[in-house]
Design a protein around this ligand. Structure first.
Ligand SMILES: NC(=O)c1ccc[n+]([C@@H]2O[C@H](COP(=O)([O-])OP(=O)(O)OC[C@H]3O[C@@H](n4cnc5c(N)ncnc54)[C@H](OP(=O)(O)O)[C@@H]3O)[C@@H](O)[C@H]2O)c1
Length: 344
């Protein structure tokens, strides 16, 4: 059988360029006993993938050149020689960037198992397959686990969340509001700031490209900052430090702003505030809290169904659009969760 996948042909210097990828036809092998053929319905693009494009390993292995890539995907079983899987089963995997893949049916454990490992997912209630990459995807898990399991969210206290119009940021803002916090957020365009204020309901939002971050935060946080969820940059993180109340926590989900420039953290020249105010800095992988996955699914689907939480999605169409979808995360064009539709 014929299928198609995207391969990396060159490593970038800066943000990803479309010519660093190519779309290739591939022949899939006949299924052996125990194997499953999966047709991907949708795939996710995520900021960590820019780091996978470099030759140096980070928390992930570098992507290979001219070979299959990895990334979150949701698909359907279209052929099965494995008694544990039936045709039409919905399965999540790390086998994105391709239209079909063959799995040995080994168990999917996020970022630990092989790329072709799979886990069955159910469509309870109003869930659609792509929701396993957005509402219930890795970025949503990162926002939920960080705030619900990795920090104290006290009603009335102030939380600052960067990249507020991204997935971790926008989900994080809403979870913090649900928990009664005063939410301050930032984003890189007026449209995103207006969305944060009007649709997401944050208390204050500012455009970090138009205002000095420190000044904007000082104005928005007259009682100081009690919690930070950092997604964006060392500059944003550093601007929070002088405003932190004593013994409070800064969660670091990531810093998308440094991934295209070698991943080095610069521009934090005020670390003494960490010492003076006894601050807690917590960088965490979402996998740390997978024991709470079932509660995560229950809370997120309930909040979504009750209208307390929205997920903004930008859907690119077709495998050929995946490089452009990835690039949008770094040129400021992405809004909310960026997905690529691969099949109906
Ligand atoms: N710890 C974990 O297990 C885990 C898991 C998933 C994600 N993460 C991390 O969580 C963070 C958010 O992830 P996400 O999936 O929700 O991505 P995201 O925030 O949607 O990332 C894309 C957005 O980042 C912003 N951005 C790009 N370059 C920037 C720069 N130089 N400075 C500031 N902002 C910039 C842009 O928004 P603007 O227009 O607002 O600039 C862009 O639309 C990332 O750092 C990611 O690596 C961590």
């Amino acid at each position: 059988m014929k299928s198609r996948r995207i391969e990396l042909v060159a490593r970038p210097d800066g943000i990803p360029e479309l010519e660093q990828f190519r779309l290739v036809d591939v022949d899939l092998p006949e299924l052996e006993d125990g194997q499953i053929l999966v047709k991907n319905l949708a795939m996710s693009v995520d900021p960590y993938m820019r780091r996978s494009m470099d030759a140096v390993a980070t928390d992930m292995e570098p992507w290979p050149i001219k070979a299959a890539l990895d990334g979150p995907a949701i698909g359907r079983v279209v052929e099965s020689k494995n008694p544990q899987y039936s045709v039409d089963d919905l399965v999540e995997s790390m086998s994105g960037w391709q239209e079909h893949f063959v799995s040995d049916g080994d168990e999917f454990i996020a970022y630990i198992s092989s790329n072709t490992a799979i886990v069955k997912r159910e469509l309870a209630g109003s869930l659609k397959p792509k929701d396993y990459l957005s509402l219930l995807g890795v970025a949503s898990q990162t926002a939920y686990f960080g705030l619900m399991c990795g920090a104290d969210m006290l009603a009335g206290e102030t939380v600052v969340i960067s990249s507020g119009a991204g997935t971790v940021g926008s989900i994080g803002c809403q979870i913090a509001k649900i928990n009664g916090m005063r939410v301050i957020s930032s984003a890189g365009s007026r449209e995103k700031v207006a969305w944060l204020l009007n649709d997401i309901g944050v208390d204050e939002a500012f455009n970090y490209k138009e205002r000095a971050i420190g000044d904007a935060l000082e104005q928005a946080c007259p009682n100081g900052i009690d919690l930070v969820l950092e997604n964006a940059s060392p500059e944003h993180f550093s601007a929070c430090l002088p405003l932190m109340n004593e013994m409070k926590t800064l969660l670091i989900a990531g810093m998308v702003g440094i991934y295209s420039s070698g991943g080095k953290v610069k521009n934090i020249d005020n670390f003494e505030y960490v010492l003076d105010s006894f601050l807690r800095i917590k960088s965490y992988p979402f996998m740390e809290f997978l024991d709470s996955y079932d509660k995560f699914v229950a809370d997120m689907t309930n909040w979504h169904d009750e209208g307390k939480l929205v997920v903004k999605e930008t859907m690119f169409d077709g495998l050929q659009a995946a490089p452009e979808a990835l690039r949008s995360l770094f040129d400021g064009n992405s809004f909310g969760k960026v997905l690529v539709k691969l099949a109906d």
